[in-house]
Unconditional design. Structure first.
Length: 199
């Protein structure tokens, strides 16, 4: 059975609590060019409470400094039902992953939905904000509105620990940076977790 709202909110509170010590170690970064300092290296930890398992970790910079913290929990084995919490110094992104779509919350407010075709729509505007599409076997393109803004090096492919995760092709406004990070962090973390499960 998929979890109800009460269970999701309880788990989110636990995620915030267990992530707090890691959040306190995060390095501050603001400029969109600093997104390019993120590496494909994820530092994993696991938190167990009874039967519940939360995968906890941080996204490292190319200098091995923590730039973002994440916590992930699967609900129904073999089915797409999960919760992903992601936090930088300034931004909290929560992804409520369901069978057919993903509810996206930014700093506590639901702002978007990612549909089954990986297109992110604004909750109010209903218009497409962005999407991630394959560019090559090694790269994924991050499209915002109708323009290609950058690439994510595919975490499913073998790379060195210091491989940069993102490459920007254009300057980003604050809104575009939020969209870029929302799409990029989801792909980076979920693809890396899937890779980890296969090993």
């Amino acid at each position: 059975m998929p979890p109800g709202v009460k269970k999701i909110n309880k788990d989110l509170a636990v995620m915030r609590q267990v992530a707090r010590p890691l959040v306190e170690q995060l390095i501050p970064w603001e400029d969109e060019k600093e997104i390019e300092l993120m590496s494909l290296r994820l530092d994993f930890k696991t938190q167990k409470r009874g039967l519940d398992k939360i995968v906890l970790g941080s996204v490292q910079s190319i200098y091995f400094e923590p730039m973002a913290v994440f916590a992930y929990k699967d609900y129904v084995k073999g089915t797409r039902e999960a919760l992903l919490y992601c936090r930088t110094v300034k931004l909290e992104i929560v992804y409520r992953i369901r069978k057919n779509d993903i509810d996206v919350y930014l700093n506590g407010k639901q702002v978007a939905i990612i549909d089954s075709g990986n297109i992110m729509y604004g909750l109010r505007s209903k218009s497409a904000l962005g999407r991630v599409v394959p560019y090559s076997s090694d790269l994924l393109s991050i499209i915002i509105w109708d323009r290609e803004t950058g690439h994510l090096f595919n975490p499913s492919r073998p790379h060195s620990d210091v491989q940069r995760a993102f490459y920007l092709m254009t300057q980003l406004s604050d809104e575009e940076q939020g969209i870029f990070l929302t799409l990029g962090m989801y792909e980076l973390i979920t693809r890396t977790l899937l890779n980890k499960k296969r090993k």
